[in-house]
Each structure stands twice: as C-alpha cells, then as structure tokens.
Design a protein. Structure first.
Length: 344
C-alpha cells in the first residue's frame, strides 16, 4: 500500500474513533458494551457510536446542575445514553391524572380540548423561562390505581382497561405528546404489574412512572401510611425497560419515580444506571412554596440518582396561606434544575 494512502487511513480512523477528550471534572464512565453500528471506508470497517455526543451531554448535565457546589450534581460517573435520549437536552411538561376521576389530577377534570389549551400555555411558559431547552408536552396517565379495598385478588389495586389507556394515548397524539403510564402497585409488585403493559411500553413514545407512596410492602392498606420502593424495585423496572429498548430498537426510555419522604426510596446508591433508561426522581410533595422547597432540599437534592423532576398541584399548592403556584422562573433557580415538570 502506498505510504500516502496508509496515512490517509490513519487520519480517517483517528477522526472517526474520536480525538476529543472530556474535561477532567466531567468524565462519564464507559457504559456496558452493546452492539455497535459499523460502516466501511475502502474495505476498512469503522465504528460509529450509538451513544449521544459525550461533550454535548456533559455540557447539558452541567447546565442542569445549575452551579451546584455540593459535589452531588451532576451525577458522575454515569453511562452515556443511547442516541435519541430526551434528557437533559429537552424538558418534559406533563399533565397527570386518570380519566375515571376528577380528584386525581387535571387529566380527568377537563375535556381534551380545554386540557390542551392549558397545557400548551404551561409549555410556552417553560420555553420562555428557559430558552436553551426545548419543551416536550406529555400525558402522564395512572394506569394502575391503588384502592381502599382489597379487590378479589387482595392486591388493593385496580388495573385500567385498555380502552382507557388508549384514550389517554389518543389525547397525547392530538399534539404529538409523549405518554407516561404510572403504576400504583398497592399490595402487588412492579414485577407483577409492569410486564402486563408491554404492548404499550414497547412503543417508542410511551414511558413509565412508578409511585412508592402506594407500594405497601408491609401489607397495610394504601392511603393509611406512605409506602416504599427499594433500589431493587427501581432496578427491575430499569432492566425491563432496557430489554425492551434493545429488543425493539427503541430510543431510551424514561422512568419517573415519585418521592416526597426519605422512606419512599431506600438504598438509592445501589440503583444501576443504564444507557437505555433515564431515571427521574420527581419531587411529589404539595403545599406552599417553602414546604415544597424544603422537601426538594431534604429528600431529592441530597440523594442524587440521575435527574430530578418537580410536581405542581393546581389545587393543593394554593390551599395554605401565604401561597402561590410556583412559576417556571422560580423553579429554574433550583439546583439541580428539574427536567420533568408535572401538573396535577
């Protein structure tokens, strides 16, 4: 082979395989190997990454950390997500509830047209407050609802029929929104409930939420006390979603975990992060602003997993005086900044 041709090959390999290094203070650990795509240049196979750009990802992670000085944020090390990952490149603004109930959130309170009129205004507010982060609307539907009676199988939960889940998806499709299916297991388990939703979760625009508040591992009735999930529960959900991503060649899934007490999530340091799944710990407490800030500071910020969310209650947040519904501008001051906003 002529010398100039050999040097050309070397230069192409150098460029394709990566000649940039991340800053020392933002190194992300190498993810577990997965099958890579390859292309061929003049009979030489070259690897093209299936992951997001490392430099870009670091930049957004630091932006979301918002000047955190505790050393907790951004979460480092963590695996690079697969291409198509929504977070932290975009922010999600979701409406939450159940179509059978006006008391579980705005999703069940008003008809779809009125719902979208309000949700679009919330999206616009976040786009104005953070011009650097595009906003994606979402419908967050409670697909398994904890009950105050044992039901026939003594699991204290009610699975929503497919036609109701389909209706929630249809509402999302009205404005190209993504969907979250939320699970309140009662006396059941994530292992029993989540696989039943595979036909939905294998769709690229449908993600998962789980609510420890109604996971009653001690056999108590839901609503009598606050429940809990352990890292093992989170890992089951994450592994299940990762398998779907690999099996059906999907973009990464998002897993939202609600939290407003310390006991709702145990052994957080043991939660495994994966390239196929992005985990959001959603601050789920209600009340006046000072109380919500305190909950975020005590239970979400000091126990980092990957990303954070923040829940706003149109009714319960404004019951106590002095009160007001926190604005996008106010929440942008948090460290870390939430990448997922939920309205109930």
């Amino acid at each position: 082979m002529p010398k100039y041709r050999f040097m050309w090959f070397l230069s192409i390999l150098f460029l394709m395989l990566g000649c940039k290094e991340s800053p020392a203070n933002t190194i992300i650990s190498q993810p577990k190997p997965i099958q890579e795509d390859t292309v061929t240049i003049d009979t030489i196979p070259l690897v093209t990454s299936r992951y997001v750009d490392s430099i870009d990802y670091h930049r957004y992670l630091n932006y979301v950390a918002n000047g955190d000085t505790s050393g907790l944020w951004p979460v480092i090390p963590q695996p690079l997500p697969l291409k198509g990952a929504l977070l932290p490149f975009k922010r999600i603004v979701a409406y939450y509830g159940n179509l059978y109930s006006k008391g579980m959130g705005i999703l069940g309170e008003i008809p779809p047209a009125a719902l979208w009129e309000r949700l679009n205004k919330e999206v616009e507010a976040w786009e104005k407050a953070d011009t650097l982060t595009p906003v994606i609307p979402a419908i967050h539907y409670i697909a398994v609802v904890a009950q105050n009676s044992p039901q026939k199988d003594n699991k204290w939960r009610l699975r929503m029929p497919d036609h109701q889940i389909d209706s929630a998806i249809a509402i999302a499709n009205m404005h190209d929104a993504i969907v979250f299916l939320d699970i309140q297991v009662g006396l059941s388990t994530v292992e029993q409930e989540i696989p039943r939703l595979e036909k939905y979760l294998k769709q690229p625009n449908i993600h998962l939420g789980i609510d420890p508040e109604f996971s009653m591992k001690d056999g108590s009735a839901p609503g009598k006390k606050i429940g809990t999930f352990d890292a093992k529960d989170i890992d089951f959900c994450s592994a299940y979603l990762a398998e779907l991503v690999q099996k059906y060649d999907l973009p990464p899934k998002i897993l939202v975990v609600h939290r407003f007490t310390k006991g709702m999530l145990t052994n957080y340091k043991k939660i495994e992060l994966r390239p196929e799944v992005q985990i959001v710990i959603d601050m789920d407490g209600f009340g006046r602003p000072e109380l919500k800030y305190s909950t975020h500071k005590r239970f979400v910020r000091p126990e980092p997993v990957q990303f954070t969310g923040f829940k706003l209650f149109y009714k319960n947040d404004v019951k106590q005086y002095p009160h007001h519904l926190l604005t996008a501008e106010e929440l942008m001051k948090l460290s870390p900044r939430p990448v997922y906003i939920q309205f109930q």
